[in-house]
Design a protein around this ligand. Structure first.
Ligand SMILES: *Cc1c(COP(=O)(O)O)cnc(C)c1O
Length: 396
């Protein structure tokens, strides 16, 4: 029996299974609301990024259907070739209005927006300094750009300053990149301090608002607004696929920035324009974010309640069966660290048996395994009570 160049695949899969790192998709039937049907089981959904419950909102569906009737299902080309519709411009203007920026540009995904923006803004003579916990798309953008990319310790402004002091002078342009709300931790970046350093060392700042947009700020603009930094020059990136309940990504910023990206971002130029349905759904969502602050209020009320009750539950057990530690979150993403990947996976399975969908996030997505709970505006008190009771059971 000969070997083939693909034999390593089977071996790698076996190794993944052994390390409890093998992953599989989970099939949801119907709409992903606060309660979902998953493979015959009814589960309260704490694994969604649909913070405001808009992905199943009939107004988004109606807007998407109307757009399909008017424009068809596909954009049929890249935006610069034949794929541009007035609907795209309307969405870009609406995002710019939400963000308080001159303009915005819409990409096919948030991942592509980060890759496209970073690769356009910096190249081999340049320096990227990124938070070590940044999203994969920011890291990939750094690699694709060819710039020298260095990580600073998570949220550590002193370390960022050290790196600027040592490396800034040797490079042409410098770009600091950070999630505003860290997707697998739920904490916020120290944006005011980062912006101060950026000014001192002549650096651009790219902030990823994937989990901030629609969730933070009195206007729902995002964590940049919440942190009082909206008037600073920034490259703001985000996604249409989380609180906005659709699909796609964007960059918002100054007119020259957006103009430049339209001419120089390969991930925008060489890919098909966002579908009419996704574009229209996102546009409807931006209007809802602006006109229905009560959704944000309901979300934050749920966040406060769960955090308070969690601290009681986790602080209490005398001889806990499992020690869970709440990571320092300031958002609807609440993470509980545990002793091992195996323990976290088992806890997630036990919660599932209790009718609760809480994701086990493990390496290589994160350095240490954790339960990741995401809250929605549409969770009812009974849902939250069940979560707390389930966790109480797990910690023993
Ligand atoms: C989800 C996410 C993205 C990617 O957005 P998509 O639209 O899903 O491709 C980028 N950055 C962060 C921080 C994210 O959480």
């Amino acid at each position: 029996m000969g070997t083939t160049p693909y034999d390593w695949l089977d071996k790698s899969l076996v190794a993944l299974h052994r390390a409890h790192r093998y992953r599989e998709v989970q099939t949801i039937d119907g709409m992903a609301r606060a309660v979902v049907q998953r493979q015959g089981q009814t589960l309260v959904n704490f694994a969604s990024n649909d913070y405001l419950g808009l992905a199943s909102d009939p107004r988004l569906a109606a807007a998407a259907i109307a757009a399909i009737r008017t424009y068809g299902t596909g954009s049929t080309g890249s935006r610069l070739l034949s794929g541009h519709r007035e609907l795209h411009r309307e969405l870009e203007r609406a995002i710019a209005a939400l963000k308080g920026t001159d303009d915005a540009i819409v990409f096919s995904s948030g991942y592509l927006a980060n890759m496209g923006a970073i690769a356009a803004l910096v190249g081999s003579p340049d320096l990227i300094l990124g938070d070590e916990y940044n999203h994969s798309s920011l890291k990939s953008g750094g690699k694709v750009s060819g710039a020298t990319a260095l990580d600073y310790r998570h949220g550590d402004v002193a370390h960022l300053q050290d790196l600027l002091e040592t490396h800034r002078d040797r490079h042409r342009r410098c770009l600091i990149t950070t999630d505003s709300v860290f997707s697998m931790d739920g904490d916020l970046c120290p944006l005011p301090e980062i912006l101060n350093l950026a000014e001192t060392y002549d650096a651009m700042v790219l902030v990823d608002e994937a989990h901030g947009t629609g969730v933070f700020g009195t206007r729902g603009s995002g964590a940049v607004e919440h942190l009082g930094c909206a008037s600073h020059p920034l490259v703001t990136v985000g996604t249409l696929s989380k609180a906005l309940g659709s699909l796609g990504g964007y960059v918002a910023g100054s007119k020259p920035l957006i103009d430049f990206l339209r001419n120089r971002a390969p991930g925008w130029i060489y890919t098909t324009g966002l579908s009419p349905a996704d574009t229209a759904a996102a546009l409807a969502a931006v209007h809802i974010v602006q006109h229905e602050p009560q959704r944000r209020a309901a979300l934050w009320s749920n966040v406060r309640q769960v955090m308070q009750q969690l601290d009681l539950v986790l602080g209490k057990p005398v001889a806990p069966a499992l020690v869970l530690r709440r990571l320092p979150s300031e958002s609807p993403i609440i993470c509980l660290g545990g002793p091992s990947t195996e323990a976290i996976v088992r806890a997630s399975q036990r919660l599932q048996q209790a009718g609760l969908w809480v994701a086990a996030v493990r390496p290589p997505t994160v350095p240490t395994s954790r339960l990741r709970i995401t809250l929605m505006a549409t969770h009812q008190p009974a849902h939250l009570n069940r979560l707390i009771a389930g966790l109480q059971e797990v910690v023993g």
